[in-house]
Design a protein around this ligand. Sequence first.
Ligand SMILES: Nc1ncnc2c1ncn2[C@@H]1O[C@H](COP(=O)(O)OP(=O)(O)OP(=O)(O)O)[C@@H](O)[C@H]1O
Ligand SMILES: [Mg+2]
Length: 263
Amino acid sequence: MSARAADTEPQLSVRDVAVRFGGILALDGVRFDLHRGQILGLIGPNGAGKTTLFNCLSRLYTPASGDIVYEGGSILSSPSHRMPVIGIGRTFQNVSLFRRLSVRDNIRVGAHSTSASDLFSESLALPWVRRQETRIDLVVAELIDYLDLADVADVPVNGLPFGTQKRVELARALAIKPGLLLLDEPAGGLNHEEVVELGRLIRQIRDERGVTVLLVEHHMGLVMSVSDKIVVLNFGRKIAEGAPPEVQSNPDVVAAYLGGSTR
Ligand SMILES: Nc1ncnc2c1ncn2[C@@H]1O[C@H](COP(=O)(O)OP(=O)(O)OP(=O)(O)O)[C@@H](O)[C@H]1O
Ligand SMILES: [Mg+2]
C-alpha cells in the first residue's frame, strides 16, 4: 500500500456489526470508520450498546455478523489476548485493576501483555528476558511520570481515590503503546476539575503519542469538546454521525438522548 493510500484508509472500520443476547439485539448493523489520530465520541442512552461495541473491539464478544477491520486486517480471527499486541488498548466502565497490587505493578501488567516472555524464560533469567525487563521498567517509569502517579507508585491501588485508580487504568492501557485507545466512561465519578484535566489529557495523548481514541462518555461537556466526530447509538442502532455541533442539533439525537441529559 502506498503512503498516500495508508493516509486515506481508515485505521478502524466497524462494518455492520450485530450482537444478540437472547432476544435483545444489543447491536444492530452498526457501521462507522475511524481515521488515525481522530478522537471519536460514541454516545447514546443507557443500554444503547456502547460497551457491547467496546467488548467486540477488544474481542471479549464475537459479533453474530459483520466485521471489524483494524490496520487493514479483520480482528475477528484473533483472540482477546492478542489485542494488546495488535495495538488496541482499553479501560473499563467499572475500573478493573488488580486491587492488591501496587500502581507500578498494575502498569507492568499492561507492559507485559505485549511481551514475548513467559514464566519459564523469566525463571531462567535469560539475557533477552533481562533486556526486556529493563525496557518494561523504562516504559512503566515514563508512564508513572506522565500520569503524575509518582507519589503513589508503590501503594496498592485498593485504597486510592477513584480518580487516581482511573489514571492507573489509563496508564496500564498506554503501557501497551496502543494505536487505538478505547475509553469507556473515563469521566464517570470524577469531579469537575478532574473532568477538565481529563479532557486536556485525552487530547495530549492523541497529540503527543499519535493515539487514535474511541471515547464512550455521558458527560456531554467533555465528549463534545474533545471529539472530532460523534457517533450516536440508540437501541443498538446508529442514529447519527457527524461533527459535534451537527450532532447536537440533530432532532433525532435530541429526542433520543440529549433532550434530558445535557450536562
Ligand atoms: N453480557 C450480557 N448479557 C446479556 N445482555 C447484555 C449483556 N451485555 C449487555 N447486555 C444488554 O445489551 C444492551 C446494551 O448494553 P451495553 O452495556 O452495551 O449498553 P451501554 O450503551 O454501554 O449502556 P451504559 O451507558 O448504561 O453503559 C442492554 O440491553 C444490556 O442489558
Ligand atoms: Mg456501558
